[in-house]
Ligand binder design. Structure first.
Ligand code: ADP
Ligand code: ADP
Length: 208
């Protein structure tokens, strides 16, 4: 199954992908995670994109497309994949079309108020990448990761100034993909405001 998860930042794409990858036994490929790993590892690419991620702007298409093409060429992606956070522009979607054939594009629908609540309460563990929420999915012990006990952090781009900018970027550059994929008859809408188990169930039955 070759899937794309589309939707505004904070809609729960990563959360649902971490469940769906087990359900479908396919890798979860998040371009945001790939970039953050490069930044953490201080690679050349990481140095190039660090300030862009912090600001909430998009990384240039050429860089992003090359990174995804390389990732999809890895052995585990042969049996299928969940692309989370890619494509985010029409140019990326066209490039993806020439790399592979998609089975569906899942469109996570969530209103602005909920998006802001989710992003502003999101906390992450830098080393495991695990995501929590202060209210909706708190860790067992306040402020630390359930497994490693490391301190949870707030991503720079989840701070209020960056959130507003990222939502503008989403509306201008990424939202047009909804029409693009609806035209291609690939779009599956899900109500992302439900609890994670319900979002997953709705998606699985829509894909069946
Ligand atoms: P969220 O899940 O909150 O939407 P991501 O982790 O997907 O955020 O992305 C974080 C940042 O990584 C984006 O704001 C952008 O700077 C960069 N990024 C991720 N995916 C892409 C992409 N497909 N094109 C360009 N930039 C991207
Ligand atoms: P995205 O990958 O789309 O940016 P995340 O999966 O990181 O979104 O989720 C954003 C925040 O919202 C996280 O703090 C996560 O714990 C929380 N969250 C995700 N899905 C739900 C849900 N269905 N209900 C409530 N909170 C959720």
């Amino acid at each position: 199954m070759n899937l794309v998860f589309l939707g505004p930042p904070g809609a729960g794409k990563g959360t649902i992908a971490s469940q769906a990858k087990k359900h479908f036994d396919i890798p979860h490929i998040s371009t945001g995670d790939l970039f953050r790993n490069h930044i953490k590892g201080e690679t050349t690419l990481g140095k190039q994109v660090k300030a862009i991620l912090a600001s909430g702007d998009l990384v240039p298409d050429t860089i992003t497309i090359a990174m995804v093409e390389q990732r999809l060429a890895e052995a585990d992606a042969k049996k299928g994949f969940i692309l989370d956070g890619f494509p985010r522009t029409i140019a990326q979607a066209e490039a993806l079309n020439s790399m592979t054939k998609l089975d569906a594009v899942v469109n996570f629908e969530l209103d602005r108020e909920q998006i802001i609540k989710r992003l502003s309460g999101r906390r992450v563990c830098k080393s495991t990448g695990r995501t929590y929420h202060l209210v909706f999915d708190p860790p067992k012990r306040e402020g630390v990761d359930d497994e490693t006990g490391e301190a949870l952090i707030q991503r720079d781009d989840d701070k209020p100034e960056a959130i507003a900018h990222r939502l503008d970027v989403y509306l201008k550059q990424t939202e047009p993909l909804i029409a693009f994929y609806r035209n291609a008859k690939l779009l599956v809408d899900v109500d992302a405001s439900l609890a994670p188990e319900a979002v997953l169930a709705e998606m699985v039955s829509a894909l069946a």
